[in-house]
Design a protein around this ligand. Sequence first.
Ligand code: B4P
Length: 190
Amino acid sequence: MTRLVLLGPPGAGKGTQAARLAATLGVPAISTGDIFRRNVADGTELGVTAKRYMDAGEYVPDSVTNAMVADRLAEPDASDGFLLDGYPRTAEQVEELDRMLAAQDARLDHVVELTADTDEVVQRLLKRAQEQGRSDDTEDVVRRRLEVYAEQTAPLAAVYERRDLLVRVDGMGEVDEVTARLLDAIGVSV
Ligand code: B4P
């Protein structure tokens, strides 16, 4: 049973690595970005709200995001562990996650911060823009996403460091190399 949080700037490889780690660990990867994008594609009310913020590079409001994560963590497949990709991203989301875990008498095992150079992440996201046409991967929006990350999310690493939960992993290099570093950092041998 493993409960993990994956932190890191846009383009560090969170989504890429979350799928691999979750498969190895046998837990669901829960990506708030993916859930929002599915809702946008399905044209739900949540999707209409989320799209306004995502397309501007801003965070979706905490009240909306927290309620969505609480619902997802209450599903049966998350009862024996999970990997949260892209949540929490604000101090208020950290507090809300604390409350959700306390209600289940559960604790996080690790918070992994995946790091990467700014130039590299901008290049990765612009490449993805060409390949997938994601509406939040344009250069201006990517720059705004990086600013929002620096202001609101980067400081959360220190919060988890004080709780002795933080491990930092270098996200530069080949995808396989990064996966190996991540597994090593959380003490999993394959
Ligand atoms: P996310 O979907 O989480 O988007 P992201 O931060 O860009 O990360 P993603 O996982 O997609 O990219 P990755 O680094 O794996 O969030 C999107 C938006 O949703 C946010 O801006 C916000 O508006 C909203 N949102 C989400 N969660 C929220 C929350 N908790 N609160 C409020 N709002 C929230 O990969 C990027 C690219 O790099 C990919 O193309 C990949 O193929 C490539 N790549 C990965 N690893 C690589 C490597 N080692 N080498 C080369 N390329 C690599």
